[in-house]
Design a protein around this ligand. Structure first.
Ligand SMILES: [Zn+2]
Length: 399
């Protein structure tokens, strides 16, 4: 009796019934987190479910179920543990049985017998989201960003670091002081590793659209405008602060600059190369939300969800209108923070930001913190403070 009772207790604590001797292979799953787990914890080379004579990466089904349970518990719990009230049914939050839960979190494509064994082994049949009364971390961050934008657009633009924000309720446990979004971005960008280096042989196009008779040839003409001519508010730079806007291919550089409809114009592209390697923040990579079952990356799930929404907000097309200079304020503030205050893990200063082009899908655009004096001819590349050198010039007719 003692042994039986001991095993029963152990099983209760474990949360699942054992499937002794059964093994499962990585081919049984499409979900990359589970495949990865089996490949990284391989103990067997045959599978109880696949009819194959070939050797495969497999592990005990029990180890996999243990991994599934540990993973689910990071974001899901039993309704009673999460404070839901029972009034003839669980109140306040959706409750799933294990079958529906696994379906809902991306394990809907599992082979029938494997799926049945996994679901039948797991004891807890009722699951709800953890902390149902609080915003998730990614929502807290995104609302923080939205409130920050509203604050600096419509309430306090220049002294916002110290100004009291009347819309921020510090007693709300899941609200953040919107001003802290800038520091939070620094932490997230470093944690996810979005600081990249651009090497000195990278070609960056900056395009100017001019009349067919105009000839532009020099770094002065094709680099960033002198401060006194930087009169337009841009996505990353306010009027008066000159920056270098470019792209890595000429088509994107033209689309970012040229408003179709201007007739009889030509595009002159100055092709520049960095004089020293540049540290930039890369917001242009396709972001993905790591699987809950991915042991290495899953801690970043909330950060990735936030960044996903943040980047699409940050790079959203803004119509050239009377309002544009207001709508650009938040991106300009983030850019200035990145330029002057951001601390990367290597503690080097950031030279620019890469972002997805809003005019040429799938391509990248870049802003580099270089003014007119910092864009030079290649013969002047040793000039103090120079950042970009002009290596060639190309001209394109615009239709
Ligand atoms: Zn298999």
């Amino acid at each position: 009796m003692g042994i039986v009772k001991g095993m029963w207790l152990e099983e209760q604590e474990r949360g699942y019934s054992s499937n002794e001797e059964k093994t499962v292979c990585s081919n049984c799953f499409d979900e990359y987190g589970l495949k990865q787990f089996i490949e990284e914890h391989q103990t067997h080379s045959s599978c109880s479910y696949c009819e194959t004579d070939n050797e495969v990466a497999a592990c005990e089904l029990d180890s996999l179920i243990e991994h599934i349970l540990t993973s689910i518990h990071l974001e899901w719990g039993h309704p009673a543990d999460e404070g839901l009230r029972w009034e003839g049914g669980w109140q306040f939050s959706t409750v799933y049985d294990i079958w529906d839960l696994l379906d809902n979190i991306g394990l809907d494509n599992i082979h029938g017998d494997t799926y049945e064994d996994i679901c039948n082994s797991i004891h807890n049949q009722e699951w709800c989201e953890r902390n149902p009364g609080s915003l998730s971390t990614d929502r807290t961050l995104f609302f923080g960003w939205q409130n920050f934008c509203a604050f600096i657009k419509n309430k306090a633009r220049y002294v916002f670091f110290k100004a009291k924000n009347p819309d921020y309720d510090e007693d709300q446990h899941d609200e953040m002081d919107p001003v802290n979004i800038l520091d939070a971005l620094e932490t997230i960008i470093n944690k996810i590793g979005l600081v990249e280096e651009i090497s000195v042989d990278t070609q960056i196009h900056r395009v100017r659209v001019v009349n067919p008779d105009d000839n532009l040839e020099t770094a002065q003409e094709l680099g960033s405008p002198p401060n006194e001519f930087a009169t337009m508010a841009n996505r990353m730079s306010p009027a008066g602060i000159s920056m270098f806007y470019g792209a890595f291919d000429v088509e994107t550089a033209i689309k970012e600059t040229y408003e179709p409809g201007e007739i009889e114009k030509k595009a002159v592209s100055g092709i520049f190369e960095p004089i020293k390697p540049l540290s930039v923040i890369d917001l242009s990579e396709k972001l993905y939300i790591p699987s809950l079952f991915d042991e290495h990356e899953r801690d970043n799930r909330d950060y990735m969800r936030f960044l996903f929404d943040f980047v699409s907000d940050f790079t959203r097309p803004i119509e050239r209108s009377d309002r544009a200079h207001i709508d650009y304020v938040p991106t300009q503030v983030v850019t200035e923070y990145i330029r002057y205050l951001f601390k990367s893990e290597k503690e080097n200063q950031i030279d620019g930001i890469m972002y997805p082009s809003s005019k040429n899908d799938g391509k990248k655009a870049i802003v580099i913190f270089a003014n007119s004096d910092q864009c030079v001819e290649s013969a002047e590349s040793s000039k103090e403070g120079a950042i970009l050198q002009l290596v060639s010039v190309e001209t394109y007719a615009l239709k």
